[in-house]
Design a protein around this ligand. Structure first.
Ligand SMILES: [Zn+2]
Length: 535
């Protein structure tokens, strides 16, 4: 235990509390009196896990305004009298979510607090993923700063939205003029502070770009020292080809490449992540910068159409897709293909409805059981949904063994693929509420698949490095005070597939830019997040 003397000075209306901390014998042999450092917030007596993967060290952290000014063992003069006793708690950097789809929900007054992420200890989210999101980067950042947000926001220029702005959803190569316009949008997005460019190569219209087109856009990103982030063309049996394309883009355009939500999807592809990871490790050994991220679950989540309908049949938007599904020219072929996919997904039982406004009573149930209850085939149910607006789904498509393998790969970061939301009647993927506490509490602390330090590194310094962010993701003097304080043995996810709108347990405090957003487990209401623009 650290011993300390408290001296109070009353100076006008400001109360000054002076903590004369005497250094603990465990840290220094000789107690040394040092000059007091004035701080606004003092985190006292915690176990500091700094985000680098190193084991925690006992100590204090002093914050002035939005920065860490002292760390370890020091004497603090606390002006604002915010002193948090962190005895028995881990102090770590706030988590950085590389893969968020909060592009619009972070601007929505109902969800901009991003409470489902703050409550996971997440202090920064990266938007613009999977090729979709705002392309007016400056306006987007300005809006976040004007309205306020619960977490910080970093943005990637989304290639699918760029293509849509120029070519709509037509499936053809751009002409010279169209190509130039796409390059200009990427250039201005990067100049406005985007951190890289994302693609979503199973989505329309992102997927209509061939490798050459992606390379020319990535060259612009490379000039701004950004990263290429990709939802790859296929995550099933074609995973290795997809990794080849990712690596090729990095080599030809000369920039770091990153695979989003790295996985092998579908039983016939299970195990392929190992060969894919080997390929990427070999590229790294040869000097290429290659990384990935993962959400720690065996189910994915996207739209039913992206799961069942090939991209060529989605050209031109929803009504064009419905025409093809029902038409004589492509209908039979498409229905046969959808049926085959459903068979592979356990007769539709692996696919659960997350959101379907037309039949809210189907939410939370799978296509197989809906079909038996309605005395129809899973194909009939899928066709009904696809032709009446579509649904978000949760797809149980991964193996637990693969999930555990991927999280042990040292260059794989943690990321949610979720978005800012609030409790409601939909059944979103539980990753919206549980990604970070699940990786740490379930997989590290309880299952011991990785060390707690490695789990924290994968959510802090590693994503910061991937983005080229230097003053966050590590607890050190001079860093921005995005900090989370949690109980090592109580911090764990509670959100389940059946009951996803559940906050994690064990989070004590969370600071965003030096401001307390969660204090003693309760939200303070602060909207302390800012846009973080690449300089
Ligand atoms: Zn994606």
């Amino acid at each position: 235990m650290k011993s300390f003397n408290v001296v109070m000075f009353l100076n006008g209306c400001a109360a000054w509390v002076l903590f004369m901390l005497v250094q603990t014998p465990s840290i220094a042999d000789e107690p040394v009196e040092t000059q007091a450092i004035a701080v606004d917030v003092l985190l006292r007596n915690g176990m500091i896990m700094d985000g680098t993967g190193n084991p925690p060290v006992r100590g204090d952290i002093g914050i002035v305004d939005n920065r860490i000014v002292a760390l370890g063992d020091f004497t603090a003069k606390v002006s604002a009298a915010i002193v948090l006793d962190c005895e028995g708690l881990i102090i770590s950097p706030g988590f950085i979510d590389l893969h968020s789809h909060s592009d619009s929900s972070i601007l929505n007054p109902l969800t901009r607090s991003n409470m489902n992420f703050l409550r996971q200890g997440c202090t920064t989210v990266v938007t613009g993923n999977c090729g979709g999101g705002p392309i007016e980067v400056k306006d987007y950042y300005d809006q976040i700063d004007q309205l306020g947000a619960g977490t910080n926001v970093m943005h990637l220029i989304p290639q699918g939205s760029v293509r849509r702005a120029v070519l709509g959803t037509s499936r053809r190569a751009p002409n010279e003029d169209e190509k130039k316009r796409m390059l200009d949008i990427v250039e201005s997005g990067m100049s406005a502070g985007a951190w890289g460019m994302s693609t979503g190569l199973i989505y329309v219209p992102s997927s209509y770009a061939d490798t050459d087109e992606l390379v020319s856009l990535a060259e612009v990103v490379a000039r701004h020292r950004g990263v290429y982030v990709s939802h790859m063309r296929g995550e099933g049996t074609v995973l290795l080809d997809s990794v080849d394309e990712l690596l090729e883009i990095g080599q030809r355009a000369g920039l770091p490449v990153h695979a989003s939500h790295f996985k092998a999807s579908g039983e016939d592809a299970w195990g392929l992540v190992r060969a894919a990871a080997e390929k990427m490790t070999r590229a790294r050994a040869a000097g290429q910068i290659v990384t990935a991220d993962q959400y720690p679950y065996i189910a994915s989540s996207t739209s039913l159409s992206a799961t069942l309908v090939p991209t060529w049949a989605r050209e031109g938007g929803k009504s064009a897709m419905v025409k093809r599904l029902q038409g004589v020219e492509h209908g039979p072929e498409l229905r046969e293909r959808i049926d085959r996919t459903l068979q592979k997904r356990d007769g539709g039982r692996a696919i659960r409805i997350a959101r379907y406004p037309k039949r809210p009573e189907w939410v939370g149930r799978d296509l197989g059981s809906i079909a038996s209850a309605e005395q129809k085939s899973p194909l009939d149910i899928a066709m009904t949904i696809l032709t009446t607006g579509g649904a978000s789904i949760v797809n149980f498509s991964m193996s637990e063994e693969d999930v555990r393998f991927v999280m042990q790969v040292p260059w794989v970061a943690t990321a949610s693929d979720g978005r800012a939301t609030r409790p409601g009647t939909d059944k979103p993927h539980p990753r919206f509420y549980g990604t970070f506490p699940r990786k740490i509490g379930h997989y590290a602390v309880r299952e011991k698949v990785i060390s707690v330090e490695a789990a924290v590194y994968s959510a802090t310094q590693l994503p910061a490095k991937i983005l080229g962010l230097t003053d966050r993701g590590q607890l050190k003097v001079g860093a921005i005070a995005d900090i989370v304080i949690w109980h090592r043995n109580e911090f764990v996810d509670r959100a389940t597939f059946a009951n996803p709108h559940q906050y994690a347990t064990g989070l004590q405090h969370c600071l965003v830019n030096g401001t307390l957003a969660i204090r003693d487990g309760e939200a303070t209401g602060a909207l302390a997040g800012k846009s973080i623009r690449k300089k």
